[in-house]
Design a protein around this ligand. Sequence first.
Ligand SMILES: Nc1nc2c(c(=O)[nH]1)N[C@H]1C(S)=C(S)[C@@H](COP(=O)(O)OP(=O)(O)OC[C@H]3O[C@@H](n4cnc5c(=O)[nH]c(N)nc54)[C@H](O)[C@@H]3O)O[C@H]1N2
Ligand SMILES: Nc1nc2c(c(=O)[nH]1)N[C@H]1C(S)=C(S)[C@@H](COP(=O)(O)OP(=O)(O)OC[C@H]3O[C@@H](n4cnc5c(=O)[nH]c(N)nc54)[C@H](O)[C@@H]3O)O[C@H]1N2
Ligand code: SF4
Ligand SMILES: [Mo]
Length: 902
Amino acid sequence: MNRQTTASTCCYCGVGCGVLIEHDGEQILGVQGDPSHPANFGKLCSKGASLHLTGDLSARALYPELRLGKGLARTRTDWDTALEHAANVFAETIAEHGPDSVAFYISGQLLTEDYYSFNKLARALVGTNNIDSNSRLCMSSAVVGYKRSLGADAPPCSYEDLESSDCVMIVGSNMAYAHPVLFRRLEEAKARRPQMKVVVIDPRRTDTCDLADLHLAILPGTDVALFHGILHLLLWEDWIDGDFIQAHTDGLAELKRLVHDYTPQMVTQLCGISVEQLRQCAEWVGTSSSFLSLWCMGLNQSTAGSAKNSALINLHLATGTIGRPGCGPFSLTGQPNAMGGRETGSLSNLLPGHREAANPEHRAQVAAYWGVDKLPAATGLTAIELFEQVQAGKIKALWIACTNPAQSLPDQNAVRAALAACPFVVLQEAFRTTETVAYADLLLPAASWGEKEGTVTNSERRISHVRRAIFPPGEARPDWAITVDFAQRLERRLRPGLSSLFAFEQPAQIFDEYKLLTRDRDLDLSGISHALLDQIGPQQWPFPTGAQTGTPRLYTDAVFPTDSGRAHFVADPYHAAKEQRDARFPLTLITGRLRDQWHGMSRTGTAAQLFGHVNEALLSLHPDELRRHRFKEGDLVNLKSRRGNVIVAVSSDDSVRPGQAFLPMHWGDRFLKGGVNVLTLPAFDPLSKQPELKHSGVRLEAVQLPWQLFALIEGNVQQHLEALRPLCEGFAYVSLSLAGRERPALLVRAAHSEAPDLHLLTQIDQLLGLHDGPVMAYDDPRRSIGKRVKIEKGRITAVRLAGETLARHWLQSLWFEGRTDDQLRRWLLAPLSAPPGAAAASSKILCNCKNVSENAVCAGIARGLGLDGLKQELGCGTQCGSCVPEIKRLLASNPQPIAISV
Ligand SMILES: Nc1nc2c(c(=O)[nH]1)N[C@H]1C(S)=C(S)[C@@H](COP(=O)(O)OP(=O)(O)OC[C@H]3O[C@@H](n4cnc5c(=O)[nH]c(N)nc54)[C@H](O)[C@@H]3O)O[C@H]1N2
Ligand SMILES: Nc1nc2c(c(=O)[nH]1)N[C@H]1C(S)=C(S)[C@@H](COP(=O)(O)OP(=O)(O)OC[C@H]3O[C@@H](n4cnc5c(=O)[nH]c(N)nc54)[C@H](O)[C@@H]3O)O[C@H]1N2
Ligand code: SF4
Ligand SMILES: [Mo]
């Protein structure tokens, strides 16, 4: 075996870590952090370090599939037929209904070259601005914030600024989970310089708070009031930089009038914090010699997203903390190439090179460069509007790439209805398991991580060369190649006889064409090429032609890319989140990330290890809220919003305040029937059009679902998931997860008001292999109770409990430990199914790298071990470090030993 290493990047978050992919030319065998990459210097988080364990081939889309009529099944086809068919449908639709009857919905996980090809296809060839990206759900408020306040969409900081800052404000960001390697850098910096102040502003007490000197648990959506309240105090105390304001900004007078009313009393009442907390925060912001803010979805995903961004930037302008080391407003980007999408102009209102689609001069510049007469002037649709127009029948052909809208968009009942009604849906996807696949009339298999080449830009404007390690499986192709192939076929129909706009054979050629559109713009990266990145490593833009190195920090001369050269104070008043708590919907549902899952879980959901930290969909509620509702841990509840409902198990969690609830955004319909986004609302920010995914009004209702099902099946988890999930469709509650490490298993929980007919249970048993072979069975048809356990070579390999599932934890731990218990037979035959002895709940795995459970850590603490001792004895926290905040919290709360099952 010829083992090789290819330097590439991680395909998850915007930190943009460099990875070394170990492979044999055919298969990826391992992954290491790249010590020479300036984003991570060799570190990886739990997701990056397990990349090679994900992406199960049996979950991948391997060949094109085409459906020739609604209601028919898709069948396998070849690329030629697939793309000819798509080109015909698009050409006919455009001819009949005009260019704005088609649309493209793409993704911040595409590479820059993919993005650019799509953008040119939509605007230059089709002639529509209907091209938007999932970045609309993610970064568009930050884009507006930077542009409105500073004149251009450019995060001005570098990762080093985090390390050198005296005051770091982390607001609406759970960095410990969502940007872990950067959080490690911050942790280390604070350990070196304990005088550095860290403030975390988040309604929940997240793991990120473990680093905080001050945590402001503000009420959801009240950030603008808080920022104005801080500015009010900065002005009152004269903690401002008058010279900077005078020389480099405008608009303070109007803002002063506005924030005059944001008194500490008013603000602290609105935000639900104390005056002391507000004062402390303002003092640190105003008196530290450097101040840096980091933010993410807690600010952006809001109907006040643009206002939140600008209100935060106001604080930097008032204190002159921008363009200096350790300073600046630093928006963390979510997806690995969210930045690339902004640079290539792949939101409906943008054009390449930070240009505006609504600006006739910009359109003329790009049209001239592309060699077309003109670019479309009509306003393009943004994500939410786009799907509304699909539902209204205006969009008749929709091309989706590298995103899973049937999971991730708000108001899923409407989104799924739109997708079902759309005459032609093309889906360019790496995995054939996602929720959106069901709606695809044409499924095009895309290459994925490790299989494609191009560039990405991370949060600090750093461009990395993404290198291919292996070839894609089956007939999958890189995204740029699919797009360019389709574009060439479409242009033969729309511009016959003219020379091709898409004569690209390599991603490097696409990059070289694109980069000249950035020349003399704020982001000028015309000096970069794939070859140069290979020579000198990843670089930060601006990097104009002839430059030797990139630019670590912007606005060092305090000249801003506005007409006047001055930055603008923005005076937006505070507006409450759209859905306030009321008598009918008394709770605010917050959604967000888990440490070890990525979005809709098409990749992370294939690796059982990544379910060790959180193993199923749970709704977190404060213990008081549970008591008030008379629910106990683990109960199933009907969680309802104005748009839909899901049935989910509750968990007691005092990191959430009373009046709030938290449900991770990852659980789509595949893993939790309905999925989290049937609840969320499509209301969006008036400027950025970013939807308010973070807050919706919900209520809890008790459910009577006495008939319960539990199934466990070891091996072939993807095939089993795919076969079992549809069989469960008729049950009110369905929740799936994976467990185990070396021998992964699929776990299914379901519940319903009454027992299903026996035929369905027989089908399920057949899928689980419980209909024959070494199976122990017990049935009590009168009470609709049935139990099946398969034992092979002395180990449990499959379980099905129907009726009641009291023994599920016990059976699961017997399976996990690979033993059978002599009590098993007795339990099985007993009419009452309670497990013998205390059911050992399987313990949460804290450290994924070293497979160390929470119980083991607690036992270590009880033996008197500290962090170093735990690291030494158990190995936890010694590799990626993602679990260190949690271990620290366990140490701080110094728990008594709990039931130890390890
Ligand atoms: N593990 C993991 N990491 C990821 C991702 C993933 O799926 N999994 N996705 C990536 C992507 S695309 C993105 S966009 C980022 C997202 O990264 P983050 O934005 O850091 O993650 P979230 O958990 O969505 O939200 C952050 C926090 O906002 C808080 N919040 C909610 N409402 C408010 C509010 O009104 N004000 C304030 N101040 N805070 C509020 C929530 O409680 C939550 O803790 O993560 C990236 N990294
Ligand atoms: N309730 C709630 N909803 C949210 C959020 C929230 O916080 N709360 N966050 C929002 C945010 S910030 C984001 S960014 C979105 C993310 O939402 P999505 O974009 O839907 O998230 P993913 O699951 O990452 O979808 C990417 C898809 O691309 C596929 N894929 C992977 N690699 C490739 C490739 O190389 N080529 C192609 N063609 N396909 C590939 C994956 O299998 C996956 O299905 O979710 C949004 N939705
Ligand atoms: S922090 Fe983790 S998920 Fe983000 S790029 Fe680095 S390794 Fe990947
Ligand atoms: Mo995102």
